[in-house]
Design a protein around this ligand. Sequence first.
Ligand SMILES: Cc1cc2nc3c(=O)[nH]c(=O)nc-3n(C[C@H](O)[C@H](O)[C@H](O)COP(=O)(O)OP(=O)(O)OC[C@H]3O[C@@H](n4cnc5c(N)ncnc54)[C@H](O)[C@@H]3O)c2cc1C
Ligand code: SF4
Ligand code: SF4
Length: 1005
Amino acid sequence: MPARLLPGLERRLKAEVVGEARFDAFTRGRYATDASHYQVTPLGVVTPRTIEQAERAIAICRAEGVAVTPRGGGTSQAGQTVNHALVVDCSQYLNRIVALDAAARRCVVEPGIVLDELNRALKPSGLWFPVDISTASRATIGGMVGNNSCGARSLRYGNTRENVIAIDAVLADGTHAHFGPLDDAKTDVPRALMRDLFAIAAREAAEIERRFPKVQRRVGGYNLDAIVPGRNDINLAHLLVGSEGTLAFSTRIELKLSPLIGRRAVGACHFGSFHEAMAAVQHIVGLHPIAVELIDRTMLALARDIAMFKPTVDAFLRGDPEAILFVEFAEDDDENLRQLKRLSELIGDLGLSWDQSGAKWGGVVEVLDSKLQAGISEVRTAGLNIMMSMKGAGKPISFVEDCAVPLEHLADYTARLTEIFEKNGTRGTWYAHAAVGCLHVRPVLNLRLDKDVRAMRAIAEEAFAMVREYKGSHSGEHGDGIVRSEFHEKMFGTELVHAFEEVKDRFDPQGLYNPGKVVRAPKFDDRTNFRYGPDYHADEMTTALDWSAYPGSGNNGFQGAVEMCNNNGACRALKGGVMCPSYRVTLNERDVTRGRANSLRLAITGQLGPDAFTSDEMAATLKLCVSCKACRRECPTGVDMARMKIEVLRARTEKFGLSLHDRIVGYLPRYAPTVARLSWLLNLRDIVPGAAKLSEAIAGFSARRSLPKWRWDYFQESKSSWPGIAVRRTASLRSPMSGPSTSSSSQDVDARHKAGHDGREVVLFADTFNRYFERENIDAAVAVLTAAGYWVRFAIPTDGGWPLCCGRTFLSIGKVDEARQEAARTLAALAPYVQRGVPVIGLEPSCLFSFRDEIPSLLKSDTARQLAGNALLFEEFLAREAATGTLDLNFAPMKKRALLHGHCHQKSFDTMSSVEAALRLIPELEIETVESSCCGMAGAFGYRADTIEVSRAMGELSLLPAVRKAPDDALIVADGTSCRQQIHDGSGREAIHVARVLAIALPQP
Ligand SMILES: Cc1cc2nc3c(=O)[nH]c(=O)nc-3n(C[C@H](O)[C@H](O)[C@H](O)COP(=O)(O)OP(=O)(O)OC[C@H]3O[C@@H](n4cnc5c(N)ncnc54)[C@H](O)[C@@H]3O)c2cc1C
Ligand code: SF4
Ligand code: SF4
């Protein structure tokens, strides 16, 4: 990464209040990439709080002779947002809806608003912005306009261009202009500029007619066709659409809105041959569907392999098709049915039938259920994600993924491109927008290898030549950027490329805005612009966890794991799922999985200077990562940041030691047995005036947060008196205690209790939090399990030391060796049960899931792997038993509402349906699951003085408002100890563990 440049620029930007201006290597590194394979480090990054601040920053750049690259979500696939420039990030603050005129179906927005957020706000008006791109959860309107983005339903709604009414923009010389319809009095573009643009378009009209592809998906070059003479719908804004930030900076965008789509009907057309599917598209489109989307055989297989999508695939899949076209109609109900009928007839006319009585196998599966329709959309996305999640060094690379050809050539085009891939030793998977001839396909290449870079050029040259032959478009959706601009000359011809340059020069003679995109671009295979450039290299480093599933030079695969982030930006979603909860509060690229993964990648490859991995900047980058593990599941490529954070914490702890706060948090399981005897004294912290403040000053525990209450009667196996508990009653915590299979006296007690339990044995893991602070959860679980006839066992430490612990608190402070030691003790105690296949049941999600996640990685033994397969949350166990008909327990009805909040790890391990199923065992209980992300507490995170604000704000995103709205007599159910604390502190309501709810509903004897 080059040294800091232009100190004058930095000084002025910081002095003249342009929002936040950052020039440090970490920030610049985070903005050096987008969803393409390029990496170009910007000079600095500004996140303006107002449009005026953005304008001021641009003015300073103009004065200092520095280029500006506007940026939204940074999800461009062609390198549009990377440049040696000052990046102006519109997404953090410039994201308001300025005006909405629902009657006229128009709105005006700032450029940084995310599409999904806009559509959520529009929903009550019955309207939406209908350019439904796959990245709707993080793409901004400014970015969509910049790229002329296209949605799956562009057949009906057109591309972004057709849905933009006007754009307010700052020109390169600082002039404000209003680009809009020519006949609109508000349109206000400098007269000389307008005159010159019209002159260029008029001069080139014939060439435009000849060389611009006549396909709907043409987003390459500048939209000179929008202003050719003779059009009666000339709109100057359309020249800015698709200009990739190279002509002007959009400050306000006026959008055309559409009524929300009503009920839809989908026909899943099955084909026995890919070629037949491609050949059919041109005919299907004649039925006027709103979308025709393709999934090929490979993607179907991938989707079927994912447990959560298998039921969806099974629901629509018939036989063994080579390809499926999902044909969507959105008319009124009757017409939808008629259209489906016509579709079936058409498919029959094309010679397809299920019984192959026609020449070809295939047919239509009708999908009218809206849930299944939504599932199908998800499957399509998931298939792509799986493809992207290949763990090898070769990755699916986007460069010919965006070609669009006239439908009559689709079958030939796909066949020939497949041959080109094969010739170059690679392959591709096909998906996406068949209706408009724009099929995404990414050949798998390893761009670190010269040979693959050469293959990339060979494929591009041949593919684009073929597209030209078919009069198609090489740039059909994702834009030009660095990838496709080089090829404009071949596709549009020299004369039009010259005209594009004239347009650029007329708007921006000094090259202020995003130079090197659309015109005068570098070679697309110039490796100095690659993320994995010629000098890319990671030094050896030791890691604590097992990363062997990933490739990478040395580093046990850690490098490969970090490089899994392909910058697609899914972690920037602001609603739905859990990832990345703290980003939802700060909207800071630093606080999102992508920002963290990029920082790690740059650090381990020496691009952020020496010792970057253990630096304070790295600590700041990871500070708001709450280790919720949502990325592990929700990131399309499975970037597991919670695990990576452990490596950084370990390295920092080794280098700098521990703070008092970390010691108190991490060593809790070790000192708890001793200090619990002083529970009355410790609990004074939240009673005696000044004590909380003192704890904040000394140990960093926020005075504004009460701490969990220590129990004098904390849970001790040795003092338990339930039937079914097998322990040596004389054992004390510090005295040696025998493991369940090694002590003869313990065996004796076990034997006595076994009588009457017909062998249905379970081990309940008493975690540190429930043991010392909320033992009633353990009591409740025992009561329920015992009532159901299970023989409840507790594992006893074989070394006779402190009670067992999963090691999580040590992992949270980077003490991996201590965590491993705790895990080993627990495994030793559980081993006899695990080897007998006895289920190990836990109550605290974060503790129990370390049995499935970190412990096998720390211990790498067969028993650890067996434990991972045997460990279940309490509710998972009950739900499983109920589902298999082996749960012998009826609960009393409870005429109440239960508001359920899931712990992040429950969501990450996909076990929320089990909690719901367990609660459904109670007759008449009405269950409502809050659509919440992380509660904000995340273990110790919410207690820290320096993170409490973010913690509270996270709670306020959805959980706390939902709890406050719940009726007074509703049960609030949360399995996480810290979730219950956040609910208590933030709403004054008490939440309870699912085990207690079930215990309350136990039938009275
Ligand atoms: C997995 C994946 C799926 C995708 N699916 C689709 C799809 O279905 N359809 C589709 O069309 N695209 C798709 N894309 C591409 C991309 O998401 C879209 O182009 C998206 O609209 C970009 O939005 P953004 O906010 O991320 O913009 P960015 O990438 O940040 O910027 C895009 C361009 O707009 C310019 N820009 C941003 N703000 C301004 C401003 N204020 N003034 C002037 N110029 C500005 C930038 O300089 C840049 O040139 C996909 C990308 C990925 C990674
Ligand atoms: S972390 Fe995952 S979701 Fe986020 S940008 Fe990277 S790959 Fe995408
Ligand atoms: S663990 Fe959670 S907070 Fe951390 S990066 Fe992943 S999703 Fe974000």
